[in-house]
Design a protein around this ligand. Sequence first.
Ligand code: GAL
Length: 382
Amino acid sequence: MGWNSWNTFAQNIDEKLIMETADKMVDNGLLAAGYEYLVIDDIWSLRARDENGRLVANPEKFPHGMKYVVDYVHSKGLKFGIYSCDGVMTCASYPASYGREFIDAQTFAEWGVDYLKYDNCYKPRTVPGRLLYHKMSLALENCGRDILFSACNWGEENVEEWIKETGAHLWRSTYDIHDNWESIKKLLWQQVGLQKYNGVGCCNDMDMLVVGMYGKGNVGFGGCNDVEYRTHFSAWAMLNSALILGCDVRNMSPEALKIVTNRDVIAINQDAAGRQPYLLCADPDSDDNSQLQVWVKHLDGGDLAIGIFNMSDYTQSPWFGFDELGLDPSSGMALVITDLWEGKELGKFIDYYRTTIEPHDCRMLRCKLVPADGGPYVCCAF
Ligand code: GAL
């Protein structure tokens, strides 16, 4: 969990922005909610390396050097992340780490960096990406500092099959997000089938969150409303994605802040067991699951998390039978369901759950298994 500069600021990053962002992440409760890493993305360096082949922070943006900024971020209790690429240049044509992996890892370690986002632009076509991610991972593991490795090859080269071998801690499973509903829908749909590659210590990254951007900034193409941001956040949480904020946290709307700091929803994302969620077909009459998705996840300790996402443009009334969860009547069990956005226990349910969801809205439910004997029930057997 953290914040990354790209979605809103792109090239417009500097010492002042990073320090103000660090201050705000502490003051508005983001750090306390778990957003720990502050990551600068592309376009932080000079266009040339120094005479020793080392990367240099652009002195116009970072007049006191990178270590100064990193130290400040650390002094606030946050961790610091930086960006490079496995190719000869970053996506924005700044020097990248191909052939310089070990020296760059060394530089990052000397600056006190805690996280590296490693992108995939300008990579020689003849070299398998897999080897380049192996190489940087080895460089990081041997640089003398704990640096979280965030691989970002946009889901190419069947990355899901080999990324865990490299030691990466998170890996981008999708192309870039844009701040609009179509993009959120597309990325959620792209994730279907990849959820099973998630695991403790290495999570899928469905790209940075756009919650609270409202169409402003680098990827702010159109914007979303708060209901859509809540669904977006819930889906990323439910599917175990990294939760990296991308809005300007210095000026968040109260609603956006409320969404991203919902502790119950964050707990579903950060669940210690890190189990893969699975997809139910909520509406057996619907032949388009991308429009209405019901995801279920077994949580540490025995509860179930259920996320229901109405991705369609019309109101839907999804239901599912508990037999689809493995809880047929012979189990003798019922569910006590809590709605995590309402912050309210809905009661004890038996056999099935049905609800009505407005377009683009969702439900995030936490369900406790209890003996079915003895009502009262909110929903009863058919
Ligand atoms: C893209 C990457 C983005 C951002 C950008 C910077 O390849 O997916 O998240 O890092 O490069 O140029």
